[in-house]
Design a protein around this ligand. Sequence first.
Ligand code: NCD
Length: 336
Amino acid sequence: MQSFTGEHILSVNQFNHDSIQKIFSVANQMQPYALRQKRTKVLDGAILGNLFFEASTRTRVSFGTAFNLLGGEVRETTGMESSALAKGESLFDTARVLSGYSDVVAMRHPDNGSVAEFAVGSRVPVINGGDGSNEHPTQALLDLYTIEKERNYHGESIDGLHIAMIGDLKHGRTVHSLSKLLCLFKNIRFTLISPKELAMPDSIIDTIENAGHQVVISDTLEGSLDADICYQTRIQEERFPSKDEANKYRGKFRLNQQVYTKHFQSNTVIMHPLPRDSRADANELDNDLNLNPNLAIFRQTDNGVLVRMALFALTLGVENIVSKYDTDVHWYSNKK
Ligand code: NCD
């Protein structure tokens, strides 16, 4: 079994089947804390350096929330312009300094490979919260955790899954990491739908095919797909040379109730890493799906806290003593 204590989490390539099951079993144990039925102080005194050099809402806040829920404190830096990186400081130096102030670091940065570069200079474990269009391992884990829960609900496992991924598959780091993670399972079918210019990188298609899974590539959403999961994505506007370039693809693959009914099964689960671009000319996931019980997007965001709590507990080696530091919840709480 892979040991997590003191290790960086930089890429999904570092996981195997057993390590994923370990993360998921620790995540399951976090549910009463996330639901505020219990509190734990297991990380009392520990500090998370939450360094977000690129826009983020849920990843940044859920990392912080997960750490707080384990009893730890969070020191946050947001935006490149408010850090010394804007003065030309290297990632190595920033890492040497900030790792002296923290017990663990979560980091997002616009450049591919930047979080791994930072980790070289860090004296504490570093967790990748997204590096450019490269990887987003914690999102992939929470997506997989969600897929497993949704499949279990229908009495099925991840093996044999048919997933349709739609949108900007070239720049979307979440679909890159999730595809690689799914390769660890059996008989996965991938239907990859994107404009030709925004296709899934060849290196990932090779990984999928070399692991013996099936891939169908298309630039149109047509016919009836027997997909178990429809994983929709946003055009990653910030990775294009200009807004006009990105605008060419905005609104190309919209999913609303009518499109869903036409192309998917009545129980196809709808996922999206969020944010969904709700501006009228994009609107890749329409609000008219909000009451569809198969829309799992907010189950994904809730699961993100559990998975990130599990990763902190494992990385800091407290996964077996969390409940030893339990205390009561004194305030009104009605979370579900
Ligand atoms: C994604 C990201 O930042 O890669 N969002 C997220 O972390 N939940 C996807 C996106 O921004 O479209």
